[in-house]
Ligand binder design. Structure first.
Ligand SMILES: [Cu+2]
Length: 123
């Protein structure tokens, strides 16, 4: 009986490890709120970008609010190279980035050292 239990726990552990390494990572994706021809979305900066993907509507002025909660200096700035924007992100403050997404496509953004990445999808 004990042997069976140990075997069962072993199998569960192995399955868990397999799942941990091989399960597809579904990145969170959020569609910006659109009100009065102005769209906005908030991204939490904490060990990366949450959500990692934001969807903006083409042709609508957008505000992306970065809220940094991670003390690591790695994330103390954000670079939106496609839009020519670079902003410092003070800890526990919200920094708004305004942009005009007038072309559909995917635009990456990253921390100042290009280690953490997020994506803006314009549709
Ligand atoms: Cu970094």
């Amino acid at each position: 009986m004990t042997k069976l239990l140990v075997l069962l726990i072993g199998i569960i552990l192995i399955l868990f490890i397999l799942w941990w390494f091989f399960a597809p990572r579904t990145e969170s994706e959020v569609v910006a709120k659109n009100e009065n021809n102005q769209q906005s979305v908030t991204i939490e900066v904490n060990g990366g970008y949450k959500p990692g993907k934001v969807v903006l509507k083409k042709g609508v002025p957008a505000t992306i609010n970065f809220n940094r909660k991670d003390a690591s200096s790695c994330l103390d700035s954000v670079v939106l190279s496609d839009f020519g924007i670079e902003k410092d992100l003070p800890l526990n403050e919200t920094v708004s980035v305004n942009l005009n997404p007038d072309k559909a496509g995917e635009y990456g953004f990253a921390c100042g050292m290009n280690m953490f990445h997020g994506k803006i999808i314009v549709k």
